[in-house]
Design a protein around this ligand. Structure first.
Ligand code: NAD
Length: 296
């Protein structure tokens, strides 16, 4: 089996790396936080001391880091991937970052004759654990074909959306739709609560109809239980919507819905609630209306 270098073992990266080990790949892992490394070691991974070391020993590299500056630091920082990367190596960056940053990083790696795909994911921690993520990819078709089997260990689908950056543009589209969906769900459930109808019954009654969605199935029960354990933190969604707005402004695509939900999230941040799951958007409406969806 091929060997793979994996950098970034947080909420998402750790289960994705564990799935690759279970599928038989030989993994070398690295994270600036030593905490998750022990569990990976027990599962059979080799631990590297830097991104440079990971890159020196593997022709296929995966990164799963928070945002553009983290990926740039991991690639071009001291003892980073760039220092060790081999000619014809492939970096699959699965982080959700700005499409412009993906293009910049790919151009830098090309100077060493290495290739890159941007391949962010959707589905959150549960789908990272059971290997059923939706993976959206940008880059060259021949490079995508080479790593397709690896992607399909972590995902239920992997779709090549276009050239480098197209994966992250698709992810931004995904994040607009998810944010607006969660906001609409929160608005609807607070209306129900205010008007005296049990929000749990509302979800039960409408989830099979046109309003039903993966967002409703995942986030409806969290809102009605008042359980906002992440999942996907508000702080990360703010990061994505920042990238959405920047990209929209760069290309001249007005984003009125995104900017409205962004400001709701800014209220949560100002209230010190941005470490909660993004389903906590319902709290914005609860605060406006003076009710709690989860209260019996
Ligand atoms: P996380 O914060 O849990 O994990 C990030 C990991 O990267 C941490 O372990 C951190 O120590 C490590 N790291 C940061 N900088 C580093 C560096 N320079 N070198 C090596 N390691 C470094 O984040 P996460 O929730 O796993 O998310 C990762 C990416 O996946 C983000 O872009 C996020 O938007 C995206 N994503 C997350 C979810 C989710 O539900 N959590 C869903 C889909 C996509």
């Amino acid at each position: 089996m091929e060997s793979i270098g994996f950098i970034g073992l947080g909420i998402m990266g750790k289960p994705m790396a564990l799935n690759l080990i279970r599928a038989g790949y030989v993994l070398t892992v690295y994270d600036i936080n030593p905490e998750p490394l022990e569990e990976l070691k027990k599962a059979g991974a080799m631990i590297a001391a830097s991104g440079k070391e990971v890159a020196r020993n593997n022709a296929i590299l995966i990164t799963m880091l928070p945002n553009s500056p983290h990926v740039k630091a991991a690639v071009f920082g001291e003892n980073g991937i760039f220092e060790g990367i081999r000619r014809d190596a492939i970096l699959i960056d699965m982080s959700s970052i700005a499409p412009a940053a993906s293009k910049e990083i790919a151009e830098g790696l090309a100077k060493k004759g290495a290739h890159m795909l941007d391949a962010p994911v959707s589905g959150g921690e549960p789908k990272a654990i059971n290997g059923s993520l939706a993976i959206m990819v940008g880059g060259r078709k021949d490079i995508f074909d080479k790593v397709y089997d690896i992607l399909m260990v972590m995902g239920a689908s992997a779709v090549l959306c276009g050239d480098i950056g197209a994966g992250n543009t698709t992810k931004l589209a995904n994040q607009i739709i998810v944010a607006a969906n969660i906001a609409a769900l929160g608005e609807a459930l607070v209306l129900g609560k205010k008007a005296g109808v049990d929000p749990g019954e509302i979800v039960k009654a409408i989830r099979g109809g046109l309003a039903g969605s993966t967002v409703m199935d995942a986030k409806g029960p969290m809102m009605t239980a008042g359980n906002f354990t992440p999942g996907f933190r508000i702080a990360l969604h703010i990061k994505d919507l920042n990238n959405v707005l920047e990209t929209g402004h760069e290309y001249g695509a007005p984003l009125p819905l995104t900017s409205t939900v962004m400001e709701m999230m800014q209220w949560l941040k100002a209230e010190g609630l941005d470490a909660l799951d993004h389903s906590a958007l319902v709290k914005y409406y609860e605060n406006l209306a003076g009710v709690s969806v989860s209260e019996q």
